[in-house]
Ligand binder design. Sequence first.
Ligand SMILES: C[S@@+](CC[C@H](N)C(=O)[O-])C[C@H]1O[C@@H](n2cnc3c(N)ncnc32)[C@H](O)[C@@H]1O
Length: 256
Amino acid sequence: MAEIKTFKGTESSSDPFNVSYWKKRWEENETGFHRTEINPFLLRHIEIVTGQNLTPEPIGDIAQFQENSNKTWFVPLCGKTMDIPYLLSQGFRVFGLEAAKLAIEALDQEHSLCLVYNEETKLFTGADGLLQIYMGDLFTCPIEDFGPFDYVWDRGSFVALEYPFRSSYIELMKRALKKSDGSWYNFKYLLESFLYDKSIYEGPPRSVDDNDIEEFFKPWCSIKLIETDPLPPDNRVATVVGEEVFARIYFIQPPN
Ligand SMILES: C[S@@+](CC[C@H](N)C(=O)[O-])C[C@H]1O[C@@H](n2cnc3c(N)ncnc32)[C@H](O)[C@@H]1O
């Protein structure tokens, strides 16, 4: 098993263990999960979600930019991902969720998003009103107040959570994707996951195998594996796991 650095954090009722661990990582600059480019899986599969053949460049078609501002992406556990400025550059609204203030401040500074924080709502708002980021714990966020969302991009979120938190994630997602009458909204959702032998590395990132898909996703949605990509041995995740790792991308929609 690869050597795992442990982050002690300072657990409290407002900072449960899972949040405290990640805040500590941001404080200690242990953010190897952050990519300095737009996620290639998102670029490859954004068309299946949006129906548009979008490039990494900001969208040039003003009418399409405006049309896209009717659609909102939910980006859970967003960190300071480059995918947020990318989605904004295509005209979409983005709702991010992140517990670490340091991450949100870095995102703001690195992309000049002019975020303004409202203490009462716990929301950062910026990018000409297209971006909102809820600062707090995924599991206590009143997500139904902000959804339902058109699209979801989960990169480094489901796989970041400790195994016992997975059903809470699913409950939150269902609340984010249902209308107020309890019926499903017509959402489209991309999930990046990793597959490796769970007995050799405890994560994060945590492995998602076929049994996990059966247990956590199949009961409530339609889920399709759309890409399986063996990671090169020098990939960060492959290095930390120390064994063969596959990236697997799923496309998720409401149940048929
Ligand atoms: C593996 S990182 C992924 C970040 C981002 N999605 C990316 O692709 O770079 C996980 C992020 O989730 C945040 N996080 C972890 N647990 C959380 C929780 N319970 N509530 C809110 N944010 C959390 C961490 O601070 C961290 O920024």
